[in-house]
Design a binder for this molecule. Sequence first.
Ligand code: HEC
Ligand code: HEC
Length: 276
Amino acid sequence: MNSRRAALASVLALLAPSVAAARQGLDFDVYRETVEPIFIRSRGDFRPPDPGNPACVMCHTWQTNTRLALETLEEDADGGVFWTEDQSRRNFEAVSRLVAPGDPDNSRLLRKPLAAPAGGTPSHTGGKFWTSRDDPEWQAIAAWVRAASGPAPAEGEVDYAFFRACVQPIFINAVPGSLPCTECHTEGGSAFLQGIPDGRAVWTEEESRRNFEIVTRLIAPGFPAQSRLLMHPLHPDGGGDYAHNGVRRWMSRDDPEWRMLAAWVRGERAGADCRR
Ligand code: HEC
Ligand code: HEC
């Protein structure tokens, strides 16, 4: 009985992502035609002393420390490589989880290989492949992401009162053995919070509004797992991002604080009552 239940659970786990991707409006055919070839593309441009950028699949079909886990390629008689449709569908599910439908700028897939000054992440072990968003590859993937009917972060989709009363305290209160978010995020390149002047413990209404405006750019309303605010400080074992300066606020998505934030991002929490 237990093993049957386990088998069923694993079947459901396999089915769930494809349902999720479809619900987000990401198109599989467009993905297969325009996005997937980018992963295989040989870049054989070895410009000394730069070793050149190898194809994404050189790392992403076997590296285990990344969620961009692509299927192993098949080889045809002529030595060409390809993915079967089944394999492409599995790739599609994995890749879909790395984008925020409708919002290319908040999509990990588009930020990782993009140079940091152009809006990319600070680092990518595989290197930076696109110097700007004008790169045709960036544009092709962005078109696929943009066409999805997913949530464009818009004010009003998440509740401000709940943010002020229940979300903001998380930024101020450190968990044991850790620093509060405000310690690192009120100035510099990764600032998303207003500074609190000495002698005051909390933000004013005006500062809270400003915080709300900026923090809502770090979330994808409706999609906690695609919200940087929730994924960045989450431990990788819990599915979180791999780099965050060593700061791990939540070990897993079962953390009550993480679940509260997720419910807020999904639009399920409103008002100043933090209990429940
Ligand atoms: C030389 C190896 C290498 C190459 C080539 C490479 N990557 Fe990566 N990539 C990594 C590693 C290792 C990680 C995980 C560590 C990190 O985040 O830097 C990663 C992480 C990522 C992530 C984040 C995935 C996650 O778990 O959130 C994305 C997206 C990504 N790569 C996209 C690409 C794309 C697209 C290409 C090709 C244009 C590419 N990479 C080429 C090694 C590589
Ligand atoms: C010790 C300093 C430090 C603390 C404490 C810290 N962070 Fe960070 N955080 C960073 C640095 C540095 C970066 C930029 C580099 C990176 O992405 O890892 C960053 C990046 C981020 C990002 C990504 C921002 C973006 O624009 O992509 C988010 C979201 C984030 N932190 C959330 C938090 C939250 C929430 C807390 C508190 C629970 C927190 N951080 C605590 C140092 C810190």
